[in-house]
Design a protein around this ligand. Structure first.
Ligand code: ADP
Ligand code: MG
Length: 683
């Protein structure tokens, strides 16, 4: 076998490399570097931003930047879980370098007091001070930036020398891979081939050349492979032939006519899209995307109703019992009496559960509501025709695919999410599904008044809360995770609730990370019944639940959240037709950047627009914690900088779909660029 031509060589483990023993392999594994291919993305360390090197006073918050500083003082706290800090300065100002999970010795070694050091990383602003967490590139000599040799980022335990040695030997041995792109696409990147591009990527003089062909091509490969896999999943699911659903929309319209509102244009449009899918003989795999409060529930229930009318059963799954119950009660209210509706609750007795399972199997239940318990093996349906899943934006592509496979041949799938995302990300994150979007909100909504307040002005806030309670309204009080230590967060939320309890006896309850699921449901139900007035919480209150009587939300330490998250939190109120208010509280005066962000929020109530702005300010990984949810992060591609590459990839995918092009030639691309689990399924 000619190893030089074989892309599979790149997927082999590191043991074949010279100078890489068990110890190094294990250290690299910890960094999620398992294959030779993974090492290719280990870029020369000052790769990102030589051109952005700045002085402390000119630092831009939330951007990756390089600075040269002199460490002044170590702050090594004695409390576990707190990070080590190093106070550093240059001639224009001060910055704290923060290290999580690092030994003091390590910190001292890379940031020696009094010595000039060049570092890089994402700049944050915390407690009135610049801060840089786990600085990336560290050199004791700022002149190294001009030096012309590769040097790779330090990983605890793996020396620069070792990195240099192994990466350079891989680059020398890079296999000649057959081109996967079409001539037209390749031309757009100056016919730059994959392995030449990789070589150029590792040339120190090419650092930061994002606009060169080699870089663009490699970024495009990443985007394109993601889109391609998504497109394949979508095609495969849609190809599944199913029994068409047959129903008369007359009955649906009767339900609509009895609602105490009329549907918005977008609700009508999306309902039609779903109905069309139900009636087709291709399996539906559709995402209903709409901002908080845009009215997705009614659309999904109407499509459920049509499914039932055509003789099928429906399963509706939501993340919490309370949300499940709300959907269940709404169905009870609007569906005709002959429709058999059930709720499978964690609280149901064994006997009740057993009886429900029997009824499902005998088709004595038309529609069932539940949490993920609905997807246990023992829950079997006689004739399941539609699965609706609410608020599962954290479901990744492979989870969704498994769901659809499990659903069975005749079963359509509808997912719903209240997470508006920028257009470039739609194909990345939801490209495996067809998309229905509700942009317009019910026009009865009054805009939520949004204010910012200094924490020192808490008395004003308390007075406002008193007035609101006096006229019968309820309040959410959010104390977000602020410190690096959960313990401290916990005590600060407890303290706040104690403080509020004194002011508002018997009117305050606290939800925090340690509240049990049952306890939480109990408290939320009490709140829903208006048994108390102020709900303090550390964690984000689940999305989706309608608290029509709560119309004030107070968010402490609001700078801790991204715009999209603040928008989501704010969406907890303003669902009824009352005036509602959102108060964002800050510990200190806002920086200009923070003011800009807050203004976006004050001026707009459009989640899609806010998410675009959020992405521009914070980068894509941070939007609503997509990073944590396991959605893949690109190594080179950047949804802002490479906006045009995303559009190009979308176009190329459409072309391939339309021309029914054989995608086998892309196999190496897909295999290399991860997601092997999905690829195997597709083969
Ligand atoms: P979401 O899209 O966030 O799931 P919901 O479906 O929970 O939103 O709807 C939020 C609230 O808006 C509900 O109380 C619902 O009854 C109401 N609603 C839905 N559609 C309309 C409409 N067209 N006009 C007025 N109110 C509506
Ligand atoms: Mg909802």
């Amino acid at each position: 076998m000619d190893i030089k031509r074989n892309y599979e060589y790149l997927l082999s483990d590191l043991s074949s490399l010279k100078g890489v023993g068990v110890k190094t392999t294990n250290l690299l594994k910890k960094k999620k570097i398992n294959t030779i291919f993974d090492l290719l993305w280990k870029l020369p360390k000052f790769y990102t931003d030589r051109s952005l090197s700045s002085k402390i006073k000119d630092l831009k918050i939330n951007e990756v930047q390089t600075i040269t500083i002199i460490p002044q003082k170590y702050l090594f706290p004695r409390i576990r879980n707190l990070p080590n800090r190093v106070v550093c300065k240059d001639e224009t100002g001060e910055i704290d370098c923060v290290f999580f999970n690092s030994y003091e010795g390590y910190v001292k070694k890379i940031l020696p007091i009094g010595k000039e050091v060049t570092i890089s990383g994402k700049i944050q602003f915390f407690r009135n001070k610049y801060q840089l967490t786990n600085p990336k590139y560290i050199s004791e000599d700022s002149s190294i930036i001009k030096q012309k040799h590769n040097s790779y980022s330090l990983t605890d335990g793996v020396s620069e020398k070792v990195y240099n040695k192994i990466i350079l030997q891989i680059i020398e041995k890079l296999p000649e891979i057959e081109e996967w792109h079409s001539k037209e696409i390749l031309q757009k990147f100056g016919n730059e081939r994959w392995n030449d591009s990789i070589k150029k990527l590792h040339e120190p003089e090419n650092i930061g050349k994002f606009n060169e062909n080699f870089y663009q091509r490699l970024a495009f490969d990443e985007i394109f492979s993601t889109f391609l896999v998504n497109s394949e999943i979508r095609k495969k699911i849609k190809k599944t032939k199913k029994t068409k659903k047959k129903f008369d929309t007359k009955q649906q319209n009767e339900i609509i006519s009895k609602l105490n509102f009329s549907l918005t244009n977008d609700q009508n449009k999306t309902l039609n899209e779903i109905n069309k899918d139900l009636c087709s003989d291709n399996k539906m795999f559709r995402l209903l995307q709409g901002d908080v409060g845009s009215g997705k529930t009614i659309v999904s229930l109407l499509s459920a109703f049509n499914t039932i009318n055509s003789g099928f059963q429906v399963a509706v799954m939501a993340p919490t019992e309370i949300l499940t119950r709300q959907h269940f009660l709404l169905a009870k209210k609007i569906f005709p009496k002959n429709i058999k509706i059930e709720l499978l609750s964690g609280k149901s007795t064994y006997k009740d559960k057993k009886s429900i399972l029997d009824k499902l199997l005998n088709k004595k239940i038309d529609i069932i509501f539940g949490t993920h318990a609905l997807f246990q093996k023992k829950v079997e349906f006689r004739k399941l025709g539609l699965i609706i899943i609410d608020e599962q934006h954290k479901f990744g592509v492979s989870q969704r695919k498994r769901l659809s496979d499990k659903a069975g041949r005749d079963c359509d799938v509808l997912l719903m999410t209240a997470t508006p995302i920028p257009r470039t990300l739609t194909m990345t994150i939801y490209g495996d599904m067809d998309l229905s979007i509700i942009r317009e909100k019910p026009n009865v909504r009054k805009p939520i008044k949004t204010y910012s307040k200094l924490e020192s002005k808490i008395e004003d806030v308390i007075n406002f809360v008193k007035k609101e309670i006096h006229i019968g309204n309820q309040i959410f009080w959010v104390c977000p995770l602020i410190e690096e230590s959960k313990k401290i967060d916990h005590t600060s939320a407890v303290k706040k609730s104690e403080y509020l309890k004194k002011l508002f006896p018997h009117q305050v309850y606290l939800l925090h990370g340690k509240t049990t699921v049952e306890e939480k449901e109990k408290i939320l139900n009490k709140f829903l019944r208006n048994d108390f007035k102020i709900l303090v919480s550390t964690t984000i209150i689940e999305v989706g639940i309608d608290f029509p009587n709560a119309n004030v939300i107070i968010i402490e330490n609001a700078n801790k959240f991204g715009l999209s998250q603040l928008h989501q939190l704010r969406g907890r109120v303003g669902r009824g037709n009352k005036e509602s208010t959102c108060i964002l509280m800050f510990k200190s005066n806002l920086s200009n950047n923070a003011k800009k962000r807050i203004n976006i929020l004050k001026e707009s109530n459009d989640g899609f627009k806010i998410s675009e702005e959020d992405m521009k300010l914070r980068g894509f990984g941070d939007i609503l914690g997509f990073k944590q949810s396991g959605i893949k992060n690109f190594k080179l591609a950047d949804p802002i900088r490479n906006h045009n590459l995303f559009i190009l990839a979308e176009k190329e995918i459409k072309r391939i779909e339309n021309e029914k092009e054989d995608i086998r030639k892309f196999k190496p691309l897909i295999k290399l660029y991860d997601r092997a689990d999905i690829v195997n399924d597709l083969a």
